[in-house]
Design a protein around this ligand. Structure first.
Ligand code: SAM
Ligand code: SF4
Length: 334
């Protein structure tokens, strides 16, 4: 093999190429969404967090191995101090053509502060989580959040030229009555809207079974009021899209529980403690800080070995019953 031949692409034992890395920079958040966290959370001690410099170095190892898309997530990524340092590093990878896209998933509250810097650092698209347009409901869902802040965040993002996609978690009850407003709001502002099925990750103090709304059911219900046209639009993530004839906008559906998008999964996740998770729904991880030579060990070989063991699919529905992970969604990001 010539000395400068590019390394073989990162593939798992089922032949899936891994080209998408989600990096969680913190498990902390300025909200406490009821489906994501318990009211009282024990967050990681700060000393357990990997520095942003080391997260950047780890990310580079994935980029060396063919990862083309990086999403920064959390917890709430924009509450991590100096988070722009990581985006600055990733901007260099974008400029050098080593990655195609750097994106962000955020609750939007810090966007008034960060939107312009993110756009200047090459971020083009952000996902913002917003489950309700009602001030009261938003406060109830997030426990401590204020809708105004997110709306200001959306304004700031759009003013800075960022393309915004809204993420809303589907649930039984008020959400079913509000979803049409969310569609009108998102599409009226040229934002796609993705509807996400709730996953049983971590205990939150609420009964997930009571709130669980299968996306298939929601989609059937939406189709009684909206003309949903199948779309081949893809963003590299797990959502399947439809065009809405009445609005000209798009709705994405993430059917994690009832449909399973695992056969086409191209993603792995890096936690803020330096652990590689090859499946969000699996407790198993590989600590990339460990190894014979610690941080300077052969990262590529360790990453390859871990990816080889990427599970075929998630185990939420194994044996016909929901098996929750201990880990909350906020510990690794969506
Ligand atoms: N704080 C940021 C935010 O809210 O967008 C990023 C992290 S948050 C964990 C990422 C996404 O996960 C959000 O869109 C949120 O709605 C989703 N999420 C949280 N808990 C979930 C659960 N149990 N099932 C499905 N999605 C969940
Ligand atoms: Fe925070 Fe995002 Fe979880 Fe809500 S979904 S508590 S904003 S990490």
């Amino acid at each position: 093999m010539p000395y400068d031949a590019p390394p073989a692409p990162l593939t798992d034992s089922f032949g899936r190429a891994v080209t998408y890395l989600r990096v969680s920079v913190t498990d902390r958040c300025d909200l406490r969404c009821t489906y994501c966290m318990a009211e009282k959370m024990a967050f990681l001690p700060r000393k357990d967090l990997v520095s942003l410099e080391d997260l950047a170095r780890l990310t580079d190892a994935f980029v060396d191995l063919g990862v083309r898309k990086v999403r920064v997530t959390g917890g709430e990524p924009l509450v991590r101090r100096n988070v722009l340092d990581l985006f600055r590093h990733l901007a260099r990878r974008l400029d050098a053509g080593q990655v195609d896209e750097v994106t962000l998933t955020t609750n939007g509250t810090q966007l008034p502060r960060y939107a312009y810097d993110l756009a200047a650092l090459g971020v083009r698209r952000v996902n913002v989580s917003l489950d309700s347009l009602s001030t009261d409901r938003y406060q109830k869902i997030t426990r401590i959040g204020a809708l105004d802040k997110v709306l200001a965040g959306l304004d700031a993002a759009q003013k800075a030229g960022l393309k915004v996609k809204l993420n809303a978690l589907a649930s039984r009850g008020p959400f079913e009555r509000e979803v049409d407003d969310l569609i009108r709001f998102a599409h009226g502002r040229d934002m796609d809207l993705t509807l996400i099925e709730e996953m049983p990750m971590g205990k939150t103090g609420l009964d997930r079974a009571a709130s669980f709304l299968p996306i298939s059911e929601l989609r059937r219900d939406l189709a009684t009021r909206w003309t949903l046209l199948n779309s081949d639009h893809r963003t590299g993530g797990p959502a399947e899209y439809v065009d809405v004839a009445e609005t000209g906008g798009r709705i994405g559906f993430i059917t994690a529980m009832t449909c399973g998008f695992c056969s086409a999964c191209n993603r792995v996740r890096l936690s803020c403690t330096g652990k590689l998770y090859t499946c969000m729904a699996d407790e198993g991880s590989v600590d990339l800080r460990e190894g014979p030579s610690g941080w300077t060990g052969d990262l590529h070989a360790r990453i390859r070995a871990a990816v080889q063991n990427k599970p075929k699919g998630h185990r939420f529905l194994e044996n016909g019953s929901c098996s929750a992970t201990q880990r909350h969604m906020s510990a690794l990001g969506g």
